[in-house]
Design a protein. Structure first.
Length: 660
């Protein structure tokens, strides 16, 4: 079989962090002879070279190239491209990893859509990744019709003949943003780009030691000289106008404006803060025409205008104000409906602990900026908008898997409300979202694990997120319960995290939280009549559900399993089961067995009640703590060796001493 994909991994002193990368490559669903991995060791001085040599010796499709250190990732990637035998080339960093089916899915999607570039969905573990780009699959994307320019890391799949025909290679040497130059050129020259969003392909990981190259402080002069090279690529491949301004806007927003806002700016040492600002201002004045900043959100326009006007003190004042802005939300409802979890909440922004307010002047909604009126007027004269486009504000609900950081947007119905307050108004965002566990992962089921629920507000140039649930009504606590979902069935359980009380989803018994949901069942809640047991359980069931019940003889210790059924009753469920003939004079402990797709067998939960039988077979429901326990066998008595009488011991010592 010809090689479909060559995976190129530049390597420099990753230590143990490379193991996840290696493991993910060995787990790929593509046959071994359909892909290859090319590790380019760029002069590592740790144990990695020997580790890679062993790997290559054990696996014919794993290769290693050793070279002298080049200083950055550009040359190792180019060496990998030259060595690649595959139809496509995929770039992976040595401390990241791939989804098990990533290569197969991306390859097939790229071939099906005749793409030169395939962008697979990413998850960021401690690192930012594009979000809007991966809302949906995009089989025919371009920089004009999709937010591709938000994704400029090289962790994508490229048709090798396309790279060769255009002689596209990475800039080499110790430098920054070589990936921006490379990826921007591929975007602008590709015949088609395909974005695969319904499978998590790439895990972008921040190392615990924070030694990833992208997390090191950079020299502003060199950094922005390299950034100009990315702008040059856009200039060579576009005409002046809206598209060029749109592409330039990405660098103005992400690499310049956002570095000079809020806590991100204030966290920098003052001397470095000013050095960074000076270099940013040079690029803005040289390359960013008025059409570039005009497309930014109002708060970003204000920062850009202050840069152009060289008003660094005002920029710092704005940063101090924005640093205190955070999103807040009130969870108002939580309940199951037609197999999906319906979540209702109200969100808004607050600053310094109070709601942000806006005002209306001359028929236009305006930001309540932390400046005197004359400064605000001067900002407008600089061409920046101080309007507050509150009618475009939105809130999203996102589920994020805790172990992998995979995240998926959920559908939201939104209503905006203006609440008058002291001549101004607050903006409340009333949202209702539906999380269907069987389609919540971009039309695929949520996998087993813990899924944290976040809300994300986008308004006026602020996009901030937080956990949902810590602030909630009492009715929400009462309504919270799990449900059995999917085929095969598995438990999906909303629960409150500790100590913060946010809402998360336990999918398929990732925790033991369900044990707490049955802990308040009392003997008075349970009935047992003529062999039929009925127990109320805090679970949602739209249709009757088949489960299991396990009976343990507390005296003899034997276990018996029997079928049981969960049926809806009121706001919860009723567990019913026909029990076998009871053990007279003894007792049963009860365990509920809920289905588990991952285990393939029931997951057992001890109920806090049991059945106690008299000699004539009469039954009493009692607390599990009151059930008789099997008596433990008494330990065998230990017989101590008999001691000789004292007089005999003394005489013996005398005889031994005389015989010496």
């Amino acid at each position: 079989m010809s090689v479909k994909v060559s995976v190129v991994i530049p390597v420099y002193n990753p230590g143990p962090y490379i193991e996840d990368c290696i493991s993910s490559l060995l787990r790929q669903s593509l046959p071994d002879d359909a892909y290859e991995a090319i590790f380019v060791n760029d002069g590592s001085t740790d144990e990695t070279p020997a580790r890679l040599d062993r790997l290559a010796a054990e696996h014919p499709h794993m290769h290693v190239i050793h070279q002298e250190p080049s200083g950055w990732s550009g040359k190792p990637r180019n060496v990998g491209i030259a060595a690649a035998q595959g139809e496509f080339v995929m770039f992976v960093d040595n401390d990241d990893w791939l989804g098990d089916e990533a290569l197969e899915r991306m390859y097939e999607y790229g071939v099906a859509n005749d793409a030169d570039v395939i962008v697979g969905k990413m998850a960021g573990k401690g690192r930012p990744v594009p979000l809007e780009l991966f809302r949906v699959n995009r089989p025919r994307a371009s920089v004009d019709n999709a937010p591709l320019i938000d994704s400029l890391t090289p962790h994508k799949m490229f048709r090798k003949s396309f790279l060769d025909s255009h002689d596209i290679r990475f800039k080499e040497g110790r430098r920054r943003l070589e990936d921006h130059v490379f990826v921007a050129e591929t975007y602008l020259l590709a015949s088609n780009i395909a974005v695969l969003s319904d499978y998590l392909c790439y895990y972008h990981v921040k190392r615990e030691d924070a030694s990833n190259a992208g997390f090191q402080r950079f020299d502003p002069v060199g950094y922005f000289a390299n950034l100009r090279e990315a702008l040059d690529v856009v200039e060579r491949n576009t005409e002046p106008g809206a598209l060029r301004d749109k592409l330039y806007r990405r660098w103005l927003r992400n690499e310049m404006v956002e570095r000079l806002r809020g806590r991100r700016l204030l966290a920098l040492p003052e001397d470095y803060r000013r050095e960074l600002y000076d270099e940013i201002r040079k690029v803005v004045v040289e390359r960013m025409g008025p059409g570039v900043a005009a497309g930014l959100a109002p708060t970003q326009q204000i920062v850009a205008a202050l840069i152009v006007a060289d008003r660094f003190a005002d920029l710092e004042e704005l940063a101090r104000w924005e640093a205190e802005i955070k999103p807040t939300a009130w969870l108002e409802s939580l309940g199951w409906e037609a197999g999906a979890l319906r979540i209702g909440f109200t969100a808004e922004y607050e600053v310094n602990g109070s709601p942000i307010t806006f005002r209306t002047e001359d028929g236009e909604d305006r930001l309540g900026l932390p400046f005197p009126a004359e400064t605000v007027a001067e900002i407008r004269e600089l061409g920046a908008s101080t309007a507050a486009p509150v009618d475009r504000a939105k809130v999203d609900l996102v589920v994020r898997e805790r172990a992998t950081a995979a995240e998926f947007y959920q559908p939201v119905e939104l209503t905006r409300e203006r609440v008058a307050e002291d001549g101004a108004f607050r903006l409340l965002l009333h949202a209702e979202s539906v999380v269907d566990p069987e389609i919540a992962a971009n039309r695929a089921p949520l996998g087993p694990g813990i899924w944290d629920i976040h809300f994300r507000i986008s308004a006026c140039g602020w996009t901030k997120e937080a956990r949902l649930g810590a602030v909630r009504g009492e009715n929400v606590d009462a309504a919270r319960q799990g449900a059995l979902s999917g085929a095969p069935r598995r438990l999906v359980l909303p629960y409150w995290t500790e100590p913060h009380g946010n809402v998360s989803l336990d999918v398929d018994h990732a925790t033991s939280r369900f044990d707490r949901d049955v802990a308040d069942i009392t003997p008075t809640d349970v009935t047992y009549d003529a062999g039929t047991l009925a127990v109320p359980v805090r679970l949602h069931t739209a249709d009757p559900q088949d489960v299991r019940l396990r009976l343990t003889d507390t005296v003899a210790g034997g276990k018996t399993e029997t079928p049981a059924t969960l049926v809806a009753k009121g706001d919860a469920s009723l567990l019913t089961a026909e029990l076998p003939a009871p053990p007279t004079g003894r007792a049963w402990r009860l365990e509920l067995g809920l289905p588990s797709a991952k285990r393939g067998a029931p997951r057992w939960t001890a109920l806090p009640v049991g059945l106690k039988f008299t000699e004539d077979g009469a039954a009493t429901v009692v607390a599990a703590s009151a059930l008789p326990r099997k008596k433990k066998a008494a330990p065998a008595a230990t017989v101590a060796p008999a001691k000789r009488p004292l007089l005999r011991r003394v005489l013996g010592r005398v005889r031994r001493s005389l015989s010496r």
